[in-house]
Structures are given as structure tokens and as C-alpha cells.
Ligand binder design. Structure first.
Ligand SMILES: [Zn+2]
Ligand SMILES: [Zn+2]
Length: 288
């Protein structure tokens, strides 16, 4: 048995958000104001993701952060984040074409807020399970806290993972106005703060998603996976289709995957105080 995973033993964690809007679409603040806000919060990287518009980082003072080029493909269908975008792609109603265009341009795609709207199906399940080539989905989108639907989409994630799809879980603010900032972010493992290195680490899943719980160390030794947090009060290990393999009340969990495990992945949710949580990427259990 092999446990395939995407974490490093010892690399610094950088904090960043890939989903925020400015006055270049329907955000309330100018790009520089938004960047100032995130820099003041101690973020390491930020992607401005205006709707169908590429806000050029070159004209902004990054205030020491790394700015990643991107946008949110919006018109004509479910919203898709385009990370590392040389230019905005056409918002074709066929989102599979959009995802292909994003990949062809050298970037990667994240399906945004799948459980937004009264239907809880901004991104219909059938689409999510049919499309290929996207890197992941937002398992938490902060702005949905004040809209219809659910900010959480771990239900979608467990279905996809259960079906054998290897997609990453991201947490983002989707900030549009003051009060939307600092709710959901990603902690990325990389010693190199360049945009290229951060994008590469994200693409390979070297990160966890958070709304406040801090994971300090993730280790895999043989069949044992250990997750150490600073402030989780409960850690839950989920496997295929959300099944709970283990629960610990405390900041750390060590899970030994049984030799005869029938599940194909396990991922860890770390629950803290209030709405603080953190989500590891899945650890894939490969038999044989
Ligand atoms: Zn959106
Ligand atoms: Zn958005």
C-alpha cells in the first residue's frame, strides 16, 4: 500500500487568498485599497479575481506581497477562477471549453462556490462530475456567508473524491467589500515567494485551506498519517463519500490506515472555536 500525498515535511507556510474583487468588477474598493487591506492583515500572496476582467498587478504596489494574475470567468455559466492568467479567457457557455482554454494558457481552474444560491447548486452536480481538467473546488467561500446557499462545499468534494477524482480543496474570501476579508485562505508550502513557485505549489496540492485553525505539521510515515494543529478542538478523518474513519477531540490526530483499507482516500477536517476550521488535502490510498 502506498499513501500518496502532497505535503512536505519542512517548508514554510505562506498565507494567501485567490478570490477577491475590486472596482474593476463589482467590488467596492480600488485594487490598491484591496491590496493594502490584505498586506495589513499579513498575507503573503493575493490574487485579484475580477469578473471576466484581468486586473493587471503591474500597476499596483504589492506592499511586499506576491500578486498572482487571475480573474473569475463569470458570464454564461457557473463561475470558474482562472489562476495564473496571462489574459482573461472568453466566458464560453461550455465551461469544459473554458477549463481547457485556462489549461492551454498555462494556468489552472478552480470551480467557485458550488453551493451558492437558493438551489445550493450554483455549479450543478452533473457539471462538476462531468468536467475534467480543473484543479479543484472552493470547499469554503466566505461571501456566501451573507448570501443564499452554503459557504461550505465539502459535500461536493467528498463526492468527487469518492468517484476517484483528484481535486484540491481551496478556501477563499471572495471579498467584495469591507467585512469580507480574512475569512477563508490557503496556507501554501514553499520556500520561494515568487508567483511561479506559489502557483506551482498550489497546482500540486502543497497547501491546506483554512478559516482560522492553524495546522503546524503533517507527517506521513508508512501507513501512519499525523496532523498537528495549534488550535483544533476536534479533528475528523473523512474517507470516500464523506465516511468518518476517526474522530479525536484535541489538536492532534495520528491515523494508521489499515493494511486492508477499502477506502481510496482520507482527508482531515480540523474544527476549532466558532467557525474556525482547516481542511487538509486528501491522502490517496493506493493498494498493490
Ligand atoms: Zn463568483
Ligand atoms: Zn467572486
Amino acid at each position: 500500500m502506498l499513501i500518496r500525498h502532497s505535503f512536505h515535511d519542512d517548508l514554510p507556510w505562506l498565507r494567501g487568498n485567490l478570490h477577491t474583487h475590486t472596482t474593476n468588477s463589482d467590488g467596492w474598493r480600488a485594487p490598491q485599497e484591496v491590496v493594502d487591506e490584505y498586506a495589513a492583515r499579513g498575507y503573503d500572496f493575493l490574487m485579484i479575481s475580477d469578473h471576466d476582467f484581468l486586473t493587471e498587478p503591474g500597476s499596483i504596489d504589492a506592499r511586499g506581497m506576491t500578486l498572482i494574475r487571475g480573474n473569475e470567468v463569470t458570464a454564461n455559466g457557473p463561475h470558474v477562477l482562472h489562476v495564473d492568467a496571462p489574459s482573461a479567457v472568453a466566458p464560453d457557455a461550455d465551461r469544459q471549453k473554458v477549463i481547457a482554454a485556462i489549461n492551454a494558457a498555462g494556468g489552472f481552474a478552480i470551480v467557485a462556490h458550488p453551493n451558492w444560491e437558493k438551489s445550493f447548486a450554483h455549479c450543478p452536480r452533473k457539471d462538476l462530475e462531468t468536467w475534467t481538467g480543473y484543479a479543484g473546488i472552493e470547499v469554503y467561500n466566505g461571501v456566501i456567508r451573507r448570501l443564499e446557499g452554503s459557504p461550505l462545499a465539502t459535500d461536493r468534494w467528498d463526492r468527487l473524491l469518492g468517484l476517484g477524482r483528484r481535486v484540491w480543496g481551496f478556501a477563499h474570501d471572495d471579498s467584495h467589500r469591507p467585512g469580507d476579508d480574512g475569512i477563508g485562505w490557503n496556507m501554501v508550502q514553499t520556500a520561494d515567494r515568487s508567483a511561479a513557485a506559489i502557483v506551482s505549489a498550489l497546482r500540486q496540492g502543497h497547501f491546506y485551506a483554512s478559516t482560522g485553525v492553524a495546522i503546524e505539521r503533517i507527517r506521513v510515515c508508512g501507513r501512519c498519517i499525523s496532523v498537528e494543529t495549534r488550535d483544533a478542538e476536534r479533528i475528523v478523518a473523512h474517507s470516500d463519500y464523506g465516511h468518518r474513519e476517526a474522530v479525536v477531540d484535541g489538536p492532534c490526530m495520528a491515523l494508521t490506515v489499515p493494511e486492508d483499507a477499502t477506502y481510496t482516500y482520507v482527508r482531515f477536517e480540523c474544527w476549532g472555536r466558532g467557525e474556525r476550521m482547516a481542511w487538509t488535502q486528501p491522502f490517496f490510498v493506493e493498494q498493490g
